[in-house]
Write a protein that binds this ligand. Structure first.
Ligand code: NDP
Length: 283
């Protein structure tokens, strides 16, 4: 029997409705959640993402500030802007759109953002809190994966989760979130020997590699839940994930499509984090 498709757009819509209601409630108490997004340079994809974030804020009744700069902006000027936003009481979340131009040190920028306003969840303090099982601002895409699984009622405790990919923004934190939920976690990466021998053991397989058709039917155990984080273009320029969707859906019990899978959850969780930061500051 073919897998059930996990509809990320639908889940994102439901989560956004809940967020909008909480935003309205908080506004009633005199606090409007505010997100500042900083864009440096003219990267086309980054411009699209920034616009999507602005639109999401608007739809959910949040305050948003877009700060756009030419790629000639110096690191010090960017740090000054972050200091200003750290001190701005109307702003609860600060996001610097990555990648940054080469002359700016991304690490220094991420570390300059107040951890309480780090809605991307990339600050080492927030990563440390995640590692030690503390409630904090979690990275958006990994957190979105967890919320999707919660929505479909997927049990996590005791499951074997195999994560393919170990980036700081997706692979590592998503594995840690599963570990915090009492799963047994295996990480695979480009140096893993015999990938298939690991992926076929997965009850839940999360793939964040960045290459189409990395995972085919033979990599997947019958009845596994398959989460495809990848966002790639195939030869025809069509958006696709890391998983060979048509064949894997014949083996899996649940599978996320690309598009309309994990993608819509990422910005939704950014909105969630902004609301969470605002609620915390209001306390
Ligand atoms: P990175 O390039 O930072 O990391 C890719 C990871 O995949 C690395 O850990 C790498 O291993 C591993 N890898 C590469 N080739 C193989 C292979 N053949 N077998 C096993 N592992 C391999 O990518 P990101 O984590 O940033 O992104 C991954 C994908 O997710 C991309 O398609 C990206 O566009 C997408 N993405 C989607 C988002 C969404 O909202 N849906 C958000 C963020 C990303 P090693 O560490 O050894 O190099």
């Amino acid at each position: 029997m073919a897998a059930k498709i996990i509809d990320g757009s639908e889940i994102a819509r439901k989560v956004r409705t809940e967020i909008a209601a909480e935003v309205a409630e908080l506004k009633g108490k005199g606090v409007t959640p505010g997100l500042a997004v900083i864009l440096v340079g003219d990267n086309q994809a980054s411009q699209t993402y920034v616009k999507m974030k602005e639109k999401a804020c608007e739809e959910l009744g949040m305050h948003s500030v877009m700060a756009k700069y030419p790629s000639s902006l110096s690191q010090q000027e960017l740090l000054n802007k972050i200091t200003e936003l750290n001190e701005d009481n109307t702003i609860h979340g600060i996001l610097v759109q990555l990648p940054l131009p080469n002359h700016i040190d991304e690490k220094a920028i991420i570390e300059a953002i107040s951890p309480e306003k780090d809605v991307d969840g990339f600050h080492p303090i927030n990563i440390g809190r995640l590692m030690t099982g503390q409630d904090t601002l979690y990275p958006c895409t990994p957190y979105g994966v967890m919320v999707m699984l919660q929505y479909i009622g997927c049990e996590i405790e005791g499951k074997h989760v195999v994560v393919v990919g170990r980036s700081n923004i997706v692979g590592k934190p998503v594995g840690q979130l599963f570990l915090n939920e009492n799963a047994t976690v295996t990480y695979c990466h480009s140096k893993t020997k015999d990938l298939k021998s690991f992926t076929t053991q997965a009850d839940i397989l999360v793939v964040a590699v960045g290459r189409n058709d990395t995972i085919t039917a033979e990599h997947v155990k019958q009845g596994a839940v398959v989460i495809d984080v990848g966002m790639n273009r195939n030869e025809e320029g069509k958006l696709c994930g890391d998983v060979s969707f048509d064949e894997v859906k014949q083996v899996a019990s649940y599978i996320t499509p690309v598009p309309k899978g994990v993608g819509p959850m990422t910005i939704t969780m950014l909105m969630h984090n902004t609301l969470k930061a605002a609620k915390k500051s209001a306390k």
